[in-house]
Design a protein around this ligand. Sequence first.
Ligand code: GDP
Ligand code: MG
Length: 458
Amino acid sequence: MLESLGSALKKGFDKIAGAIFIDKKTIELIVKDLQRALIQADVNVHLVKEIGDRIKKEAENEKIKGIEKKEHLTKILHDEIINLLGNQKHELKIEKGKNNKIMLLGIYGQGKTTTTSKLAAYYSKRGFKVAMLGLDVHRPAAADQLEQLGKQIKIPAFIDKTEKKALNIYKKYKQELEKFDLVIIDTAGRHSLDKELIDEIKNLTDMIKPDYKLLTISADIGQAAKNQAFEFQKACNINGVIITRMDSTAKAGGALTACNETKAPVFFIGTGEKVNDFETFNPEAFISRLLGLGDLEGLLERVQSAIDEGSQKKTKERLEKGEFNLRDFQEQLKQMGNVGSFSKIMEMIPGLGKTKIPEEMLGVQEGKIKKWQHAINSMTEEEVNNPEIIEKQTTRLGRIAKGSGTTTSDIRQMLKQYKLLKELASGSGDLENFDPAQGLNQKQMMKIAKKFGKKMKF
Ligand code: GDP
Ligand code: MG
């Protein structure tokens, strides 16, 4: 998603880092590239123009010179983009033991039902007792869809396939639903927000009084999301937005920035069809990922959706301490089926932005992952903890290959990937090596951009 915006930003940072003088021409070029990419991502032209003007104006400040100027520009570029997306992360206030209710609203096909199950799974994994309530009485298959999803994620779906009045379904299950920490309510859509839909929503919300009314919008409508969010805000008093299908459109930038303009915060984004393709929306983390800076928080959150918190915390600590070993590598491999593709995971590990990952690593296929799992299972504890001994002794390689039905070259390749991952994850090449005479390289520039964004607000 948004690859062209990511690469335009990267190019911009590179140009700043590589320029001997930050002169007017350099700025013009950077701004032009950025503007083109923003428009391609369907961001509103007026916003794009404003951003360009602000960057140019700041850059012309004659008082700041040399390396400081580069840092200053990097920060402006970074901040402007984050600003465009809404700055801080917004979180729903959901408390255990309180019978919270979230109602999803939106027009047809935007992803309400799918997102109902994603949200249910998200909170269930975090220890909430969750139920889903199906109130779409207009689409005949809606109840079946929710029932199916409920079975898949093992969360009760309260539905009634024959009842034609949504409120009656609610009344029927009201008492039972009170036993849950959180009830996610799927509602019916229409082709547009017409009077009938407004009346129905009003009817339901008057009676059910949900804590949150979240509008579900598909990213592929781009900046049209602005009008839709405004309309729903006016008619139904929504508290925020969930943007789905971030994965399947280049226009996601338009949808994200448009919602920011309406001041209806984007709480979550959907990034695929599977139940775990779902994450909280955090502008800063989103941008660092776009830039290939990686986002450990995002990765861990995503992995958390698939495995338990305890083991994830351990992996995080081990990664940070540089103790990541073959067993951890195997654990990561094991989770991949749930989490998504290898490249998706790589994008989220700090320092493992796509640009730095060798092609061969991105191409790791499911079959290979299985082979590697078998190979690690055929190793002794000593070999797992100290893989170097395998490479040194070909007898070990042969034994493991035979025991696991793999080849020695499979194992060598796996060890190579493991080492690469370990090395990259432990974060090599930091600012300590900074040589003022040489200037900043791209990696260092990225680090500065990230640090600035986090710590220095001026
Ligand atoms: P509803 O009519 O608003 O309830 O929409 P549905 O939940 O039935 O979703 C419509 C279609 O969008 C389905 O085919 C979903 O699988 C698909 N969908 C929903 N969210 C996402 C997402 O984040 N990514 C992708 N690629 N597809 C999605
Ligand atoms: Mg639906």
